[in-house]
Design a binder for this molecule. Structure first.
Ligand SMILES: [Zn+2]
Length: 389
């Protein structure tokens, strides 16, 4: 079945200039042609979907989130420790929110009990509706590290074993927790939980299976270790220095900004501010974030964004990046084309080009002119199929 999608304007994500009255021909979920309707020739036996009221753009990609966690409820690690059955159910409304906000692909950065692997399967099998998932399985974290929920990996042997188990269960990539974090009590953001050898062991195991390591890392020695030992994506990076960013550029690494969790009033602020150490870390990170990301943006290092469990908040995430100085085009790329590259799915999604999957969203306004247009997602299509009105 072929479908012709008509638009007011089509932002393909690869070219800055939208195609006015752009059309897309989709067959079996794959984009077969993009351009002006008159270029397509005669179109017999084609179903037409009239979206000429809307601006179309690629489906959003959330490069860093979780499934079961709701930051506003507090104690995120406690939430991860809940029984798997319960967390599968707790994930359902979150997935729904993500999808409704226009997210058609998301990278899951750590869950216990392999609930991410099972939910990914359920979505693939069509049991439930949801974004395409790229899963990490259990986070790899030291006993005294930030992110320590149930599975703890100390020493090279345990790191290797747990990375291998994750990969055997179906992890797409490996998530390490290397430095301290804002949402756990105690240790500072530049605390480093792992040795070079432990990070190297994880990278080697992932690399041998054709994938990579993503690391929760804010700054300090932990970021140095990640750069040195071959981690591919630095998650958060609230305290990265110019020197570190220069090295990341040389190694073609990525920074994944996660602003919603830090700034949104429904995030950590709503729950864990009763813990003075968390409050202090959040406030400090908020202060440094604007300066650090101004530098990050100017450096030209690879950048993508994720909401880190702030479900349905990709528009807020995007708005934060524009506040730090990115123009709308750069921001849109950080949640589409560049995000697809960060997550290594650029052959499938991220732009509306021939050969890619028909994942796209319909907006009332042009997000290139007003980034807040992302707040009102009118239609979501995944692989050419309309999944939400
Ligand atoms: Zn996270």
């Amino acid at each position: 079945m072929k479908t012709l999608i008509k638009s007011n304007a089509l932002i393909d994500g690869a070219n800055r200039e939208p195609i006015v009255n752009g059309c897309m021909l989709i067959e079996d979920g794959v984009i077969k042609a993009v351009g002006k309707e008159e270029d397509f020739g005669s179109l017999d036996e084609v179903k037409v979907e009239d979206l000429t009221d809307y601006y179309l753009m690629p489906g959003l990609i959330n490069s860093h989130t979780h499934l079961s966690v709701v930051p506003g409820l507090g104690d995120q690690l406690g939430q991860l420790r809940l029984p798997g059955e319960r967390n599968i159910l707790r994930s359902m409304p979150n997935i729904k929110k993500d999808l409704a906000s226009g997210v058609t692909t998301m990278r899951i950065m750590g869950e216990e009990h392999f609930i991410d692997v099972e939910i990914k399967k359920a979505i693939q099998e069509g049991l439930i509706e949801g974004p395409r998932l790229l899963v990490s399985g259990r986070g790899i974290v030291a006993s005294n590290g930030h992110g320590a929920a149930l599975t703890l990996s100390d020493g090279e042997e345990e790191v290797r074993k747990h990375v291998r188990e994750n990969l055997a269960k179906g992890a797409d990539q490996i998530k390490l927790f290397v430095t301290g974090g804002v949402s756990s009590s105690g240790k500072g953001l530049d605390f480093c939980g792992y040795t070079a050898k432990e990070v190297a062991a994880a990278v080697e195991e992932a690399d041998r299976m054709g994938t990579y390591c993503a690391a929760h890392a804010h700054g300090g020695k932990g970021v140095d270790l990640c750069i040195q030992e071959g981690v591919r994506t630095i998650e958060h990076g609230a305290l990265v220095t110019e020197k570190q960013v220069e090295k990341m550029i040389r190694r073609n690494m990525w920074i994944i900004g996660t602003f919603s969790i830090l700034f949104h009033p429904e995030g950590i602020e709503k729950s864990d501010f009763s813990d003075p150490s968390i409050k202090e870390k959040v406030l400090r990170a908020r202060e440094t974030e604007a300066e650090v990301f101004d530098m990050v943006l100017k450096s030209g290092v690879n950048l993508a964004l994720g909401t880190d469990s702030m479900h349905g908040q990709m528009s807020y995430e995007a708005k934060c990046l524009t506040r730090f100085g990115a123009n709308n085009w750069k921001t849109i790329q950080a949640i589409t084309k560049h995000a697809a590259e960060a997550c290594q799915v650029e052959d499938l999604v991220g732009t509306l080009e021939v050969g890619k999957l028909g994942d796209f969203i319909a907006l009332e306004e042009n997000p290139l002119e007003n980034i807040e247009a992302l707040e009102k997602v009118k239609e979501v299509y995944k692989e050419g199929r309309r999944i939400l009105k």
